[in-house]
Design a protein around this ligand. Structure first.
Ligand SMILES: [Zn+2]
Length: 277
């Protein structure tokens, strides 16, 4: 099975009137107003899957600061997963807070299989602070579902939405939650390079990395490094559609020294195991 593990969907009424929702949501405003931004409906994702010879997509809506807006967009994800059960796997979004456990449980009971992509800076929480995040991490552990966290590089070119959250903060989030299945987006902002450190390797056994954003960030040798690090069993194919199409990744993956077996892990087997699909 070929799975895209990082796809954003937006209810059509928000896509059409995004400015209306941007007033109290600075991070949403920044991302939505950027030149590279695009919105996709669930139906657009089905077309994308067919065009790219993919079986399933993990879809989620924008993670707002406002829990009410999160509930609203989660309802859209729930509805579309029910409509396309063979093609879409849904994740829930929520800011950390008193209501987040209840919302994650509601979404889980309605068929969603994870939480994310959460934005620490955009949703104004510090991943290092156990107290701030435990309302979410606790429920994810209880339900045994993964949590997808946005992480960007602390170096290199800047782009809209690139934040100051440090790799040190993300490391603390991982070590604070040894039993939680964590997906670090965008190669964990480069945190995966530290997998050669003994203590990182040891505390990151439940950490997965997705490759979303690769064409903007790295050349094909990033995949050779994954191979050299021996972590192909914790890497997920992920496009960040609609900002990037899956087809943008295929050439570099082909050019790399990954074996057919390793590519199969990355393209689907890891996701099947992690999402229990
Ligand atoms: Zn992201």
């Amino acid at each position: 099975m070929r799975i895209d593990s990082h796809v954003h969907i937006t209810p059509p009424d928000i896509s059409a009137n995004w400015e209306k929702y941007a007033g109290n949501e600075p991070y949403f405003s920044l991302i939505s107003g950027s030149k590279v931004n695009k919105f996709a409906s669930a139906e657009d994702v089905i077309t994308m899957l067919d065009d790219n010879n993919l079986d399933k997509a993990v879809v989620f809506a924008f993670a707002f600061r406002d829990p009410g807006l999160c509930r609203y967009v989660n309802d859209y994800v729930i509805e579309k997963v029910k409509e396309f059960p063979q093609r879409l796997v849904g994740f829930a979004v929520t800011p950390p807070g008193n209501e987040s456990g209840k919302e994650i449980n509601r979404c889980f009971c309605a068929g969603l299989k994870g939480v994310g992509e959460l934005f620490p800076q955009g949703q104004e929480f510090n991943p290092e602070n156990k107290k701030e995040t435990e309302a979410i991490t606790g429920v994810c552990k209880e339900l045994d579902i993964p949590l997808l966290l946005h992480v960007n590089e602390n170096v290199g070119h800047s782009y809209p939405g690139k934040t100051d959250i440090s790799l040190k903060q993300v490391e603390a989030f991982v070590t604070n939650n040894p039993d939680l299945k964590i997906i670090l987006a965008h190669f964990g902002g480069g945190l995966l390079f530290y997998e050669t450190m003994k203590e990182i390797r040891k505390s990151f056994v439940n950490v997965y990395y997705d490759i979303s954003g690769a064409p903007f960030l790295y050349d094909y040798r990033i995949y050779n490094m994954i191979n050299a690090l021996g972590i192909c069993d914790r890497i997920l194919f992920a496009s960040d559609f609609p900002i990037l199409s899956p087809s943008r990744y295929f050439n570099d993956l082909e050019k790399s020294n990954l074996t057919e077996n390793e590519k199969q892990l990355i393209f689907g087997k890891n996701a099947e195991r992690l999402f229990k699909i």
